[in-house]
Design a binder for this molecule. Structure first.
Ligand SMILES: CC(C)(COP(=O)(O)OP(=O)(O)OC[C@H]1O[C@@H](n2cnc3c(N)ncnc32)[C@H](O)[C@@H]1OP(=O)(O)O)[C@@H](O)C(=O)NCCC(=O)NCCS
Length: 139
């Protein structure tokens, strides 16, 4: 089930985040997004398996974070989360989604290409530990 986040989800979200990223977000960053209707979790049997956060950046929808716990990948959960986000921002009247992804994160590039995103450019040293690839998709 995909549903909006509640504050009680944050500890499990941080566990998933820690398992997914070399430089994970701390809990206060997730708490700062609690009022965002584009912050959603994928829950199965009371366990948070993944989450996504989509917001606004200069008039475009901006995918700020998406992650699925390593034990539950390649089951379509990331696709379901991203499609949920796309449906939401369409309702808000957005026509484009933009995101940044680590240059070294080639598995995620493939995920986004499969979801019809196109590469728009590179931002050097966007992350503490990597450059960013900027990707975009019309919706
Ligand atoms: C990117 C991520 C969210 C994808 O989640 P997921 O639930 O595994 O994605 P899906 O099962 O919906 O994958 C859909 C398709 O994307 C592609 N894909 C997904 N992960 C891939 C990988 N590691 N390598 C190659 N292709 C991949 C495949 O084509 C896949 O279809 P298939 O399994 O039938 O071959 C997940 O790998 C993740 O959490 N990664 C770590 C966090 C991260 O990098 N987030 C993105 C930051 S910008």
């Amino acid at each position: 089930m995909i549903r909006r986040v509640i504050i009680e989800d944050i500890p499990q979200i941080v566990q998933v985040e820690d398992a997914c990223f070399p430089v994970p977000w701390p809990d206060f960053l997730f708490k700062a997004h609690l009022n965002n209707p584009g912050f959603v979790v994928y829950e199965r049997e009371k366990e948070i398996l993944g989450y996504a956060i989509i917001g606004d950046s200069q008039g475009k929808a901006h995918l700020q974070n998406i992650a699925v716990h390593p034990d539950f990948r390649r089951q379509g959960i990331g696709t379901d989360l991203l499609e949920w986000c796309i449906d939401l921002v369409k309702l808000y009247g957005y026509h484009e989604i933009v995101l940044e992804v680590r240059e070294k994160n080639t598995g995620s590039h493939k995920f986004y290409i499969d979801m019809d995103f196109e590469i728009r450019g590179t931002v050097q040293d966007y992350y503490l530990d990597d450059n960013a690839i900027v990707m975009e998709r019309r919706i």
